[in-house]
Every structure is written in structure tokens, then in C-alpha cells.
Design a protein around this ligand. Structure first.
Ligand SMILES: Nc1ncnc2c1ncn2[C@@H]1O[C@H](COP(=O)(O)OP(=O)(O)OP(=O)(O)O)[C@@H](O)[C@H]1O
Ligand SMILES: O=C(O)c1ccc[n+]([C@@H]2O[C@H](COP(=O)([O-])O)[C@@H](O)[C@H]2O)c1
Length: 274
């Protein structure tokens, strides 16, 4: 029967979502179409995980509001939802840990369903570091997968010195898998070709070509709002009402964290000064 041999996939998107835009939502739809078009996957759920305040990115407004906007944006979706676990952690959490957390959650849900095969598969995925690397396309019909969903700028950020730990990239890309949406100005295929590390994991990176390029970014939205310009139809109406009600995104809010080092880079500063 069609569908029974397909691997279930849960997509997880991590980011600031400051604020969430229509393009963040489109990413999920594009990724689902792409994965399901292969005939190998059935995408069952999408999770948006806004980063916590500890990330210290310039202009980042409080996590509770970013979570609320993502909640409003996904109210009408029957498969995408927001998860606040990451945003509630007192410190910034590395993405590999966020992925691990959601994978554990997924597996415990599957185990509760008494799905013995799934549990066996989960243990195997946990134990065998090279599992996906060695059997990327042969074994994936056996159980659910959690894949990290991102735009090509995130893939590009893997190459920024001291931004990501190499072992975290290996874990995310090699063990779980990455779905990367093209974004104007970034060329993920070229990046994978040029990076020895990413080339090793090319089979677990799904590049989704967005032909109808859409350059909406949260930065663009915040800039327009600061200038009193309309952002209607770039964000869901409910999100726009929330932004207006709360009077978010002013020149003042953009100064937040302006003099603070981004949390991932703080690790490097701390290590080099000790
Ligand atoms: N227009 C877009 N096309 C493809 N991917 C996107 C787009 N906008 C955001 N993303 C992706 O969505 C995820 C969350 O992104 P993030 O919250 O940083 O949004 P952003 O618009 O890039 O924000 P900012 O402009 O503040 O850097 C990231 O993986 C990012 O690459
Ligand atoms: O785990 C890491 O080392 C790491 C390093 C840099 C960025 N990230 C994550 O990548 C996401 C980037 O979001 P943004 O808004 O800065 O594009 C956000 O969820 C960060 O927590 C994660």
C-alpha cells in the first residue's frame, strides 16, 4: 500500500524568528513538497523553535513574544507548530542539543505507541555515529527521522570561523540530516562542493531549489517597521496585529545587544582568554 514503506519525517527549524515571516512558513511547505516528491518520505510534522534570549543577536526581542508570533502564524496550519522548549532555557542552547532534545521527544512518543521496530531503529541511530553516513539511502525506510530545516545562509554560516563546532555540524548533518532551502545570494551546491566536511555528508543534505525566489527577511521587516512602512502580506495578519498592538521593532529595540558578542562566538572568546 502506498505510503507504508515511506520514512516519516519531522522537520525542525531553528532561528531567531524576529519576527516570523511568511517565508519561514513557506520553507516548510517547500521542504515537504521536495521530500515527498522523492517518493521516499512522508513529512508528518513541522516544528518551529525560536532561539532563547541568551543568543544575544542584535535587535532580538524577548523570546516569549517571538514564540507568541510564531504561534499566531501557525494557528491555521494542520502540521506546523511552535515549540518553546529552546526559548525557555536560561542560556543559549547549541542547535545540536536542540535537535537531540526533539529527537528524544519524537522517539519517546513513538515508543509510547509501542512501535518496537521504531525503538530498535532509534537505538541504532543513537549508537551508530556513522549510521546515516554509511547507509544514508538504504535504511531510511525503517523509522521516523528528524531533519533540521534551514535556509542556505545557515549552511553558509557553517563555514564562518568559530561559529559552529565541527562535531556539531557532523552530528546535525551526518546523523540527522539537513534540508536546505536556497536563498538569493547563497549557493548551497557550490558550498557543499567546496567544503571537504560538507562533501562527506552530501547525501544527507537535501537542497531544495526555490524557483520563485523570495527575499523576505526578518531584517527587512524590522527595517520597514522602524520606518513606519507597511509589512502587510509579508507576515500573517495576526502577527502584524500583534506587532502593532505591542509596538515592536523601533530604532530603540534594534539597539538591543548591539554591543554584545553573539553567544556562539562567546564560546571562542571564553576559550581563547582562558
Ligand atoms: N527568504 C528566505 N529564504 C530561505 N530561507 C529563509 C528565508 N528567510 C529565513 N530563512 C531561514 O529561516 C530560518 C530562521 O531564520 P531567521 O529567523 O534568522 O530569519 P531571517 O529572516 O534570516 O532573520 P534575520 O534577517 O534577522 O537574520 C533560517 O534557517 C533562515 O535561513
Ligand atoms: O549550535 C551552534 O553552534 C550555532 C551557531 C550559530 C547559530 N546557531 C543557530 O542557528 C540559528 C541562526 O539563527 P539566525 O537568526 O542568527 O539566522 C539559531 O537558531 C542559532 O541558535 C547555532
Amino acid at each position: 500500500m502506498e505510503g507504508q514503506n515511506m520514512t516519516k519525517v519531522v522537520l525542525l527549524a531553528c532561528g531567531s524568528f524576529n519576527p516570523i515571516t511568511n517565508m519561514h512558513l513557506r520553507m516548510f511547505e517547500l521542504a515537504r513538497d521536495h521530500l515527498e516528491d522523492t517518493g521516499q518520505y512522508r513529512v508528518v510534522r513541522g516544528i518551529i523553535s525560536p532561539v532563547g534570549d541568551g543568543y544575544k543577536k542584535k535587535g532580538l526581542i524577548e523570546a516569549c513574544h517571538r514564540v507568541e508570533m510564531a504561534r499566531l502564524a501557525t494557528e491555521n496550519s494542520d502540521w506546523i507548530s511552535v515549540d518553546s522548549w529552546e526559548s525557555l532555557q536560561p542560556e543559549w542552547v547549541e542547535t545540536a542539543k536542540v535537535v537531540r532534545h526533539h529527537y528524544e521527544e519524537l522517539i519517546s512518543t513513538e515508543e509510547n505507541k509501542d512501535d518496537v521496530d521504531t525503538a530498535k531503529y532509534a537505538k541504532k541511530q543513537r549508537i551508530d555515529e556513522n549510521y546515516f553516513e554509511s547507509s544514508a539511502h538504504s535504511k531510511r525506510r525503517d523509522g521516523p527521522r528528524l531533519m533540521l530545516l534551514c535556509g542556505a545562509d545557515v549552511l553558509e554560516s557553517f563555514e564562518i570561523p568559530n561559529m559552529w563546532k565541527q562535531e556539531d555540524i557532523v552530528e546535525i548533518v551526518g546523523r540527522y540530516g539537513l534540508v536546505c532551502i536556497t536563498r538569493s545570494g547563497n549557493d548551497p551546491h557550490k558550498l557543499i562542493h567546496q567544503s571537504d566536511l560538507l562533501w562527506n555528508y552530501r547525501k544527507t543534505i537535501e537542497v531544495v531549489q526555490e524557483w520563485v525566489t523570495n527575499d523576505i527577511s526578518a531584517t527587512h521587516l524590522r527595517r520597514a517597521l522602524r520606518r513606519g512602512q507597511s509589512v502587510r502580506y509579508l507576515v500573517p495578519d495576526r502577527v502584524l496585529h500583534y506587532i502593532q498592538e505591542q509596538d515592536f521593532y523601533s530604532a530603540e529595540s534594534e539597539k538591543k545587544n548591539a554591543d554584545v558578542v553573539l553567544a556562539p562566538l562567546q564560546r571562542y572568546t571564553a576559550a581563547s582568554s582562558s
